[in-house]
Design a protein around this ligand. Structure first.
Ligand SMILES: *[C@@H]1O[C@H](CO)[C@@H](O)[C@H](O)[C@H]1NC(C)=O
Length: 234
């Protein structure tokens, strides 16, 4: 009897001793690991492009997470740190001249490469308020080139929102938020075409080229760059 009682007490003591550190550890894990692993997971893919978005967005993201950790004030978190993008799980924020732009590239669901017609691109951007996106910054071009190359079924070329101005004989970006100027201008001169990014392979940079709207170019255009306006500068 005494023996079992001692064993029971010992077991309870051991259990208690184990419980507490575990709880504490779990709590620590919650506050540290999640904040560490989640951004890391997101950054793992983006981290390869050299200049890259992650620097600016992640600092803002960090400041928002550190706010949530340190703030014991009641509500102001959401008002003081508005999200850069409506859906950061899917969209990547890029700092443009007038505000943040939240881009994403459509991902092929099979290895069968079929051309995407430019006229169908709005449908592919689909849900929410997403639209076909331009590429205001070099960071956007480099980032989505990297994404396209590293899809499970890699993309050789993807559409962007662009048009040709016959008066000025210049191509320009048309997503409504990008600076319309394209410099240098894309290669090719088919006024009925549209600008696609020819992804190429590393370490070569991607190329902006005018491709027939059928999507049948020197490579098949099989994806589209989409985006939504993010937080605007006031
Ligand atoms: C096309 O270019 C001309 C000359 O630069 C300019 O006046 C006009 O506004 C442009 N049109 C569009 C749609 O950008």
């Amino acid at each position: 009897m005494i023996k079992t009682a001692v064993i029971l007490v010992a077991a309870v003591v051991v259990a208690n001793a184990m419980m507490r550190p575990i709880r504490i550890r779990n709590y620590d894990d919650c506050s540290c690991e999640h904040h560490e692993t989640d951004p890391c997971d997101e950054e793992e893919e983006p981290s390869t492009p050299p200049t890259a978005i992650p620097t600016t967005p992640s600092t803002s993201l960090q400041s928002s997470t550190s706010n949530t950790i340190t703030t014991t004030q009641t509500t102001p978190e959401s008002t003081t740190t508005p999200a850069l993008c409506p859906d950061l799980n899917r969209q990547t924020p890029f700092k443009r001249k007038n505000g943040w732009w939240c881009g994403f590239l459509t991902e092929p669901s099979s290895s069968l490469v079929s051309p995407m017609n430019y006229r169908e691109t709005p449908d592919w951007c689909g849900d929410t308020n997403a639209q076909v996106a331009s590429l205001e910054t070099k960071e956007e071009l480099e980032y989505f080139t990297h994404v396209a190359r590293n899809f499970k079924y890699p993309v050789a070329g993807f559409w962007t929102a662009s048009a040709y101005n016959a008066t000025s004989e210049r191509w320009y970006w048309t997503d409504g938020q990008a600076d319309p100027n394209i410099e240098p201008q894309p290669i090719g001169n088919d006024p009925n075409g549209r600008i696609a990014v020819l992804v190429g392979s590393s370490p070569d940079p991607a190329v902006l080229a005018v491709v027939p709207q059928s999507g049948r170019g020197s490579v098949t255009i099989s994806a589209v760059l989409c985006g939504v306006p993010g937080l605007q500068f006031s």
